[in-house]
Design a protein around this ligand. Structure first.
Ligand code: TRP
Length: 431
């Protein structure tokens, strides 16, 4: 049995921040160290094209995100770590899935609907400024997941609908062409908190309230100093509820450290001191990785090589799988006469071995074709077991077994040989 497969994509549209680290990078790296899972992590750079028009930013973001994951301990030997655009099978599969997914399903996608609602409210054309790429986003994501038949996809709540659509695509395809895909499931990490940003709202690039994961020490300190607090003076007891500073601290600290800060709040710690404690605690965890990160950034050739090796590993699965899918949908080598119809017929009307005993007391077998014509006649065997073994060999090895069995078979004409070869071949393919 294949172990559980986990797969996650990271859109290469920006610089990783502490929210990405706590919500995605850190738990994923930990999960990737489990022996019972097989993990796939990829840089979703095709997805980035939907949002980012600046080519330099795509390239830079790809480098930064790859370096971040590696610096945080992702081991490319243990997992499959690759860049989406290095896997040409993914856009090819996207097209296959496009052809089995109802357009109406995409009309109902949250991200697309939000754009339409916004346009409608503004009195614009519903599809104003909506690219076909944005509309198709869930299909590309479905291809990412189904390409590797991932069972579990760890995502935030906002992505659940996309996983449901991937299930929909898997089921439609399977229904038409046979069982090829595992319908994936979303894995929502309840225990992983969403980190608040500088202004107390969820840390997110779209709110411009982020702290870059690998900000230099001085910048980290300065940004932390800017986290919103209330106006209580030193000495006044402070509430941990609703304190962004406290929540961020909690995401990095041990339970004992968290308790100690909670006590300090009750005792009226000054905001300046609390911020200093937060800064030191984050830096303690990040500093060693920051060094690794800077070393990696300075050596893009190594990262490029790592990603290309990851693509080779990923394509060892993707290329043959895509070959089977092409076959399944009918994109086939024309010389292969074996069309779906013919192979179904061959299964129904297969040649048949018959075993019997003659009046001489010996055991015989013969091979009849689907129409009942005699293809092969054995000589006599002393036991039924020996006859059965000869049949088993013919079934397993086909015509290649004929030479070895020659003195137990009646001689064949050249024409008979030809029919026999075809029949043995058909038998083996039918099995
Ligand atoms: N849509 C995801 C995001 O914005 C990124 C992504 C692309 C992804 N393909 C994926 C995530 C496949 C999981 C699986 O966060």
């Amino acid at each position: 049995m294949t172990p559980q497969r986990f797969l996650t994509g990271i859109t290469t549209s920006g610089t990783p921040h502490l929210g990405n680290y706590v919500g995605s990078i850190r738990p994923s790296v930990r999960a990737s160290q489990r022996a019972d899972v097989q993990s796939f992590y990829f840089l979703a750079d095709y997805h980035a094209l939907i949002k980012v028009e600046d080519p330099a930013r795509i390239q830079r973001s790809t480098l930064e995100i790859a370096a971040s994951w590696l610096a945080c301990g992702l081991n490319p030997e243990r997992v499959t770590f690759y860049r989406q655009s290095d896997i040409p099978e993914i856009p090819e599969l996207t097209w296959f899935l496009t052809c089995v997914l109802g357009k109406g399903v995409l009309n109902r996608a949250h991200a697309y609907k939000a754009s339409v609602d916004k346009n409608t409210a503004a009195g614009l054309d519903p599809d104003a400024d909506v690219s076909a790429g944005l509309f198709m986003y869930p299909v590309l994501m479905g291809a990412d997941i189904l390409m590797f038949n991932a069972h579990k996809v760890p995502v935030g709540r906002d992505q659940i609908q996309h996983i449901e659509m991937a299930r929909d695509m898997a089921n439609s395809f399977n229904h038409r062409y046979g069982e090829h895909f595992v319908p994936p499931e979303a894995e929502i990490e309840e225990s992983v908190a969403t980190l608040p940003g500088l202004d107390g709202r969820k840390m997110s690039k779209s709110y411009d309230n982020t702290i870059p994961l690998f900000a230099p020490r001085a910048q980290l300190q300065k940004l932390i100093a800017g986290i919103v607090t209330d106006s209580r003076a030193p000495g006044e007891p402070k509430a941990v509820e609703g304190s962004a500073l406290f929540q961020i601290y909690q995401a990095f600290a041990t339970p004992a450290e968290t308790d100690s800060l909670r006590q300090a709040y009750a005792n009226g710690i000054g905001w300046g001191d609390a911020k200093q404690r937060l800064f030191e605690r984050i830096d303690q965890e990040i500093a060693p990785m920051r060094e690794a990160y800077l070393a990696l950034l300075a050596d893009p050739a190594t990262i490029e090589q790592t990603l290309l090796a990851g693509a080779t590993k990923a394509r060892r699965l993707a290329t043959p799988f895509m070959g089977r899918l092409r076959q399944a949908v009918g994109l086939r080598d024309l010389r292969a006469a074996d069309t779906g119809q013919a192979s179904k017929a061959a299964k129904l009307e297969r040649p048949l071995f018959k075993q019997y005993r003659e009046s001489d007391g010996q055991f015989y077998f013969k091979l009849l074709d689907a129409q009942g014509h005699l293809l092969l006649q054995s000589l006599g065997f002393v036991t039924p077991r020996e006859a059965g073994q000869a049949i088993a060999r013919l079934k397993a090895e086909g015509a290649a077994a004929l030479a070895a069995l020659g003195d137990q078979l009646q001689p064949l004409s050249a024409e008979g040989h030809h029919h026999l070869d075809a029949a043995l071949q058909a038998l083996r393919e039918g099995d």
